[in-house]
Design a protein around this ligand. Structure first.
Ligand code: B12
Ligand code: SF4
Length: 512
């Protein structure tokens, strides 16, 4: 069978025809590998910006697929029904299947609003191959396909998901080559994206992991790593495809999750791969030994979630009871060992107030990460965060993908949330400056900043618009520099982070 995978990969509001780069998706490359292993042919339509109808239909028709699969995220769901309708016009006889995180947590809505014939819930490495088998007529029973959802005379039907395999080693190495590398953001900064594990043992309320885990009859197997040998095999195959890569970016939820795996993998990584990398971790899982291993193996930046500076919100609303001490210690350990740090934060959480956001800002100033990422809380369907926001009456729509997703909270208006998110980093920097002053100046400076941030009469809308112009200009300049002055960009980044970029000889992966 020929399967055409369609991957809309752009932020809501991107204009058609915009020239932009997108992201590698492990899910799509993994499915392509499984399909090819069973003799199917796969093609990818990677949409880094919306396509107009004529171009979209021409692409679909030209591919001559027997099955079209859409990878669906909540953030792109609003455009999906249009693409489905165009696909039906282009190839009317061809069945359409949806998968991906949104389809997984909202299978009914994806079938009814999206207009698909089928949804495959959860990891579809095996089930998509099974569906191809059924559709190509070798089998006839839809009920044999694990995690399949469909409508029969308008009635929702579904089959249970198959158990997860015990080990990731049984899942084929992804077919990285399905992506056109020139369309990937990571390629600009000479970076290989890599994912050696699936799943996370925690259950933070804003994340889909908790919902994914409940899909399977064997949730105890939800967290799976490739064995260290297989992980190295994976990286070597990736480096064969991403030939000019000098860095690795591990997307795993928590790379140093299991100490035994981590120590063995890192030892092999140093020996056999040896190029600088960045990874995600949780501050409370870092200790001097883990940090030293990361640093000695070439880690140049660790990404950690702070999320909120208010312990009560972290514990009760986010179900992420990491103490402030653990957060500060994690950042401190990483910085002292010479690695850069990046913090992830959210504003606009259920029950948050501007005062509570100020705590997040001050915690960031104390942790002093090299980079700060701030997102506005998004109530992803299927998460406990969505249910909580809904039960408190803060969510005015049951279709958060429609664009109207920011919470309506009496104690934290949307304008205040927008202000807090736009000026988060500025205030972190200002507090850092204030704290460096002598005490007799620093204290009043800090009080002045508190008053400014919390001042109820601020012209939030104007301030947000002004910050937006500044951010767009800065982001634009950075993007241009990455694109046209890549060498200089990487040199400056590496110098500020004390990284020695890895190089590879033409046959292997040894460091220059
Ligand atoms: C790595 C990662 C990223 C990376 C890479 C993104 C990417 N394109 O994969 C980066 C950093 C770029 C990223 C960005 C964003 N991410 Co992200 N990311 C992840 C993370 C941690 C792992 C994804 C992954 O690779 N999983 C492993 C692979 C194998 O699984 P998979 O991709 O889901 O694919 C499997 C199944 O879904 C299914 N499947 C997938 N596609 C299809 C298609 C068909 C036809 C079928 C049948 C099946 C199928 O089969 C696949 C193989 O088993 C997940 C968390 C998670 N646990 O999933 C969040 C997650 C996917 N991200 C999320 C979000 C919100 C984002 C951003 C919107 C954040 C932002 N505000 O900018 C952006 C979106 C950018 C984009 N275009 O994707 C949310 C999505 C929630 C939702 N309901 O949509 C998640 C679930 C985290 C969360 N909050 O819970 N992300
Ligand atoms: S630790 Fe990260 S990946 Fe794991 S559940 Fe929490 S947010 Fe999701």
């Amino acid at each position: 069978m020929k399967v055409l995978m369609i991957y809309p990969d752009y932020p809501l509001g991107t204009l058609p025809g915009t020239s932009r780069l997108g992201f590698y998706s492990e899910g799509i490359a993994a499915l392509a590998a499984s399909l090819r292993q069973q003799g199917h042919d796969v093609e990818l339509l990677h949409m880094t910006a919306p396509l107009g109808q004529l171009l979209f239909e021409a692409n679909v028709r030209q591919s001559q697929p027997d099955l079209v699969g859409f990878s669906v995220r909540t953030s792109n769901f609003s455009d999906i029904p249009t693409y489905v309708a165009w696909t039906r016009r282009a190839v009317p006889q061809v069945p359409l299947v949806a998968g991906g995180c949104h389809a997984t947590v909202e299978p009914r809505g994806t079938l009814t609003l999206g207009g698909f014939d089928y949804v495959l819930r959860g990891e579809a490495d095996r089930s998509l191959v099974e569906l191809c088998q059924v559709l190509s007529g070798n089998d006839t029973d839809l009920e044999q396909v694990g995690g399949l959802c469909w409508l029969k005379a308008g009635e929702f039907r579904s089959t249970p998901n198959d158990p997860l395999p015990k080990s990731m080693d049984s899942v084929p190495i992804p077919h990285f080559g399905i992506f056109d590398l020139d369309r990937l953001e990571t390629q600009l900064v000479k970076t290989v994206p890599a994912l050696l594990s699936r799943g996370c043992p925690f259950a933070c309320t804003y994340c889909c992991n908790a919902a994914f885990r409940t899909l399977y009859p064997n949730p105890a197997n939800y967290v799976r790593f490739r064995s260290p040998e297989d992980a190295i095999r994976y990286l070597k195959s990736a480096l064969e495809v991403f030939r000019d890569a000098h860095y690795v970016s591990f997307f795993d939820d928590i790379l140093p999750l299991y100490p035994d795996w981590f120590n063995e993998f890192m030892a092999r990584y140093r020996e056999e791969i040896g190029i600088p990398f960045s990874c995600n971790a949780r501050a409370d899982l870092l200790n001097p030994q883990v940090v030293a291993t990361l640093r000695d193996s070439g880690c140049f930046r660790i990404h950690m979630g702070v999320e909120s500076g208010d312990f009560e919100l972290r514990r009760r609303v986010l179900k992420r009871p990491v103490s402030q001490e653990a957060i500060l210690e994690g950042f401190d350990l990483a910085r002292k060992s010479g690695m850069a740090t990046l913090s992830y934060n959210m504003v606009g959480l259920p029950e948050e107030t501007l005062k509570r956001t100020l705590k997040t800002i001050k915690l960031n100033a104390r942790a002093n990460p090299h980079r700060i990422v701030v997102s506005v809380f998004y109530p992803y369907p299927g998460t406990e965060g969505n249910r909580l926001a809904r039960s408190l009456g803060y969510l005015s729509t049951d279709q958060p993908w429609s664009g109207n997703w920011m919470l309506h909270q009496p104690q934290f208006t949307r304008d205040e949330v927008a202000f807090a998110s736009a000026y988060f980093r500025t205030f972190v920097r200002l507090y850092l400056l204030a704290w460096r002053l002598p005490k007799f100046l620093g204290r009043p400076a800090e009080r002045l900043l508190d008053t400014l941030f919390l001042w109820p009469g601020k012209p939030n809308k104007i301030l947000v618009r002004t910050a937006g112009i500044g951010t767009r200009l800065l982001d634009g300049a950075k993007r241009l520099m990455r694109k046209y002055l890549t060498g200089l960009y990487l040199y400056l980044r590496d110098r500020s982070l004390s990284v020695s970029p890895g190089g590879r000889d033409k046959d292997g992966l040894s460091e220059d």
